[in-house]
Design a binder for this molecule. Structure first.
Ligand code: ASP
Length: 436
């Protein structure tokens, strides 16, 4: 059995962190496939290598010297190598990269060097075989992972080498060019590797002991979620709870490989297990998590007798489509319905949009309410829990929160409510206290 262990930027931010990684990896012989991010922040004031590389590129592009930034980057790698007594010629790699810093340098190639160089150091330190991700993670021209080619390459590698170190965040296109993922993409590499290796578990090592039940900026020391399923995680991350890159879910979900979020700085803590395995539902809270986002607008459209008119909502939705506005929710009544969207998405043309809708369906009245926060209470056990809505709305009533909108889908995995931005924190606190 094999485990994939992916370590994020803060887990590799210093020689001390490298040591923690080594201890963790050596503790379990199944941790044969290790993925690393680029060196991240060692403290709050520090910079991530990836950010510095982007900055480097911007300087070069505008003909400004990138020397100072590059030496900051150099310093980080050299210090870690020196403190750990590594013999790999990292200075040689850095000098080579510096010589490539011309206007023609490819941005994605440059940015990918963050994980590439971190991977080289970690490979030596762990005694793992270094695999350049350009020779393992293959994309097709549509920008999708070519699983067949990736699997083939993996099979060949694993025949020769038992333990692999793979830098995250990039791969290559059919012409050999480097392609990077979106920010935080190291998580995605880990998930792809877990998929092709048929891993027993995908461990995602970070600097928090798992996913929290609510935003710690609002709730002091919120509970950690012990187990969560993939759909719940999707709902929570969509609503702003960020721990794992969203796209990291699909490769492992397909093969029913659980993800375990673990803390490099506190490895004994079990962290959070993300899995659809029905057996673990027993251990779950009724509410798994609460998350929310501010700054939505509710556009309420009223028209008498609209309940008898077919195709009316469709016409309105078409207008939003024309303006490329993503719709979040559509709560409806008998003679009215509302469209909920992010305020920023409609700001530039709101008056035009309202006039157009009014005209197209001959609406009686259209009202726009801004400064709305959406808050999702998520939990797969909620649907079988009698009296849950009463508790939820009761707790908000007691807290004096006025509810502007309620939305719930049939699968009942979440209940979304809209409140005024001013009540955002109060709402999350009331819900958390009720269901913690
Ligand atoms: N280094 C990349 C970033 O900062 C990818 C990652 O850390 O997963 O976004």
């Amino acid at each position: 059995m094999v485990k994939v262990a992916k370590f994020g930027g803060s887990s590799v931010a210093s020689a001390e962190q490298f040591k923690k990684v080594k201890n963790i990896v050596e503790l379990d012989p199944a941790r044969k496939l290790v993925v690393v991010s680029a060196i991240g922040k060692a403290n709050n004031k520090d910079n991530k290598i990836t950010d510095l590389l982007y900055l480097c590129y911007a300087h070069i592009k505008y003909n400004i010297s990138a020397d100072t930034i590059f030496s900051m980057i150099e310093n980080k790698y050299l210090t870690i190598a020196e403190e750990l007594g590594l013999t790999f010629d990292i200075q040689g790699e850095l000098t080579k990269l510096k010589s490539e810093l011309t206007k023609d340098i490819d941005e994605e190639y440059l940015v990918s060097r963050g994980e590439y160089l971190t991977g080289l150091l970690m490979a030596e330190y762990l005694g793992y075989y270094f695999v350049d991700a350009k020779d393992l993670i293959f994309y097709n021209y549509q920008g999708k992972i070519d699983y067949e080619k990736t699997q083939d390459a993996f099979n060949k590698l694993i025949k020769k080498h038992d333990k692999l170190l793979i830098p995250g965040f990039y791969g290559s296109l059919p012409n050999g060019e480097i392609k990077i993922m979106s920010r935080g993409g190291g998580d995605v590499t880990g998930a792809i590797i877990a998929n092709i290796a048929d891993a027993e578990v995908y461990e995602n090592w970070t600097d928090v002991s798992g996913i929290l039940m609510a935003d710690p900026r609002i709730i002091k020391n919120p509970r950690e979620i012990k187990v969560i399923n993939y759909s719940e995680l999707r709902e929570l991350s969509y609503m702003g709870a960020s721990v794992l890159h969203e796209e990291a879910i699909f490769p492992v979900r397909d093969k029913e490989i659980p993800i375990q979020i673990k803390n490099t700085n506190n490895p004994k803590n079990t962290g959070t297990i993300i899995s659809d395995n029905a057996n673990i539902i027993e251990n779950k809270n009724i509410v798994t998590g609460i998350a929310g986002k501010k700054n939505f607008s509710i556009i309420t459209i009223k028209k008498n007798h609209m309940a008898n008119e077919i195709g009316l909502i469709g016409k309105v939705l078409k207008v939003f489509e024309e303006y490329h506005v993503n719709i979040e929710h559509i709560p409806s009544g008998i003679d009215s319905f509302s469209i909920v969207v992010e305020t920023n998405a409609i700001k530039p043309f709101i008056h035009e949009l309202v006039a157009k809708i009014k005209n197209i369906i001959q609406a009686d009245e259209i009202n726009v309410t801004n400064e709305i926060s959406l808050i999702a209470t998520v939990g797969e056990k909620m649907k079988n829990s009698l009296g849950l809505s009463a508790r939820l709305f009761g707790s908000l009533g007691n807290a004096g929160v006025n509810i502007a909108l309620i939305s719930q889908t049939n699968d009942e995995i979440n209940i979304i409510i809209g409140v005024h931005n001013n009540d955002y924190e109060k709402t999350i606190t009331a819900l958390y206290n009720e269901f913690k």
